[in-house]
Design a protein around this ligand. Structure first.
Ligand code: FAS
Ligand code: PHB
Length: 389
């Protein structure tokens, strides 16, 4: 088998890159380790920056998002019960789109199927070869048979636990990491959202987040110790703690209900440099992980895809490698900005076991400043809606 770009991973990064390249007449093959059902069963991100919204529209897969997605002009924050709102449109003239990653991924699978794209799922033991030559290739097994795909380039879109990042020699790679001493317990419930926009709550008992997928499907989170397991939390215990951490005016009107999904995600900040080695280009979670506090994970994958797509298009259509040569440096500049924002929101809104009274006072005073200062809100809004690509 031969193609122009081999894409490892059929998550949002891989699918969006493949869809854009195919639309530009560039051949791809996606190799996905899991079944499509499994990929679409994962509950992940919920907020799209306007850049990611534009990318999905440009890919030709944005029609359902525009019909079913929920544009949000702002967010609420609450500090031990005091609630305030930041208006993105007023501060920065842009909004975000609430549209679940699962639906984003589903739309891309449909668009790729409609184009007759080659997506090989349940591809086991994917391995990358001769990346530092001009004739790289990929091997895998499926149903007991070995396969080989020759290609010009390999896009490593296989997430944090994928095979692509480790294919870059340790002597070349530099990893940066911070692991946070807590996780997020998230539940999905068929209940109306706690508020008409997303609410980030800082509370002495811990962080909570009220989000949604539709007007009848809520996504709610509370900070929990890393030692907690989902079976430690009944729905009743979750809602009681969630209401304790939310502002009273939100807790009083909250409609609770049974969880239809419950999971705990650990939080880490992680970046691996460089994002290119020879003919391999890393994209999305394969290269970086952000704590979900800033709603940046999926959106950073979209900006990586933007830079890589533009570089590959320039290579194939104009025989110009400048975009590919600058990919890692260009992508990392935006990644580090989003890394900083996600880290700062995580440090601001969560309780830390080792924090002193002074540390907690610093969190409170920063939230008072954010509530009162138009300039501070402009900086927050500019980062939350997404810095330009
Ligand atoms: P993904 O991990 O989504 O996709 C990688 C794909 O590669 C997967 O389908 C995987 O099966 C496949 N793969 C892995 N190894 C392979 C191999 N060896 N061979 C072939 N295929 C392989 N972001 C937010 O913005 N907000 C959130 O609330 C949020 N919540 C999250 C919760 C969890 C539990 C996790 C893990 C992440 C969350 N994220 C969130 C981040 C998430 O949305 C990612 O940023 C997003 O999935 C990135 O997409 P990809 O880069 O495509 O990686
Ligand atoms: C979500 O809806 O899952 C969500 C929203 C905002 C975040 C993180 C997750 O910051």
């Amino acid at each position: 088998m031969r193609t122009q770009v081999a894409i490892i991973g059929g998550g949002p990064s891989g699918l969006l890159l493949s869809q854009l390249l195919n639309k530009a007449g560039i051949e791809t093959v996606i190799l996905e380790r899991q079944s499509r059902e499994y990929v679409l069963s994962r509950i992940r991100a919920g907020v799209l920056e306007y850049g990611a919204v534009d990318m999905l529209r440009k890919s030709g897969a944005g029609e359902r998002m525009d019909r079913e997605g929920m544009p949000h002009d702002g967010v609420y924050l609450t500090d031990n019960g005091k609630l305030f709102r930041i208006d993105f449109v007023e501060r920065c003239g842009e909004r975000v789109m609430v549209y679940g990653q699962t639906e984003f991924t589903r739309d891309l699978y449909k668009a790729q199927d409609d184009m007759g794209a080659i997506i090989i799922d349940r591809a086991a033991n994917v391995a990358l070869h001769d990346l530092d030559t001009d004739r790289p290739y990929v091997t895998w097994e499926k149903d007991g048979t070995g396969h080989r795909l020759d290609c010009d380039f390999v896009a490593g879109c296989d997430g944090f636990h994928g095979v692509s990042r480790p294919s870059i020699p340790d002597s070349v790679r530099k990893d940066f990491e911070r692991i946070y001493p807590f996780g997020w317990l998230g539940i999905m419930s068929e209940t109306p959202p706690a508020a008409e926009e997303i609410v980030y709550a800082r509370n002495r008992s811990g962080f909570a987040l009220a989000s949604m997928r539709t007007r009848t499907l809520s996504r709610s989170y509370i900070q929990v110790p890393l030692t907690d397991r989902t079976e430690d939390w009944s729905d009743e215990a979750f809602w009681e703690e969630f209401k304790r951490r939310m502002a009273p005016e939100i807790a009083e009107t909250l409609v609770t209900g049974p969880s239809i999904e419950k999971s705990i995600a650990p939080l880490r900040s992680f970046v691996s440099e460089p994002m290119r080695w020879g003919r391999l280009f890393l994209c999305g979670d394969a290269a970086h992980i952000v704590p979900p506090t800033g709603a940046k994970g999926l959106n950073l994958a979209a900006s990586d895809v933007h830079y890589l797509y533009e570089g590959l298009k320039l290579h194939y259509l104009d025989r110009d490698d400048s975009g590919l040569d600058q990919y890692s440096q260009t992508a990392l500049k935006r990644i580090w900005q989003a890394m900083r924002f996600s880290w700062s929101m995580t440090m601001l809104l969560h309780t830390f076991p080792e924090a002193s009274e002074f540390d907690r006072q610093m969190q409170s005073s920063e939230l008072v400043y954010l509530a009162d200062s138009e300039n501070a809100q402009k900086v927050f809004a500019e980062n939350y809606i997404g810095l330009p690509f």
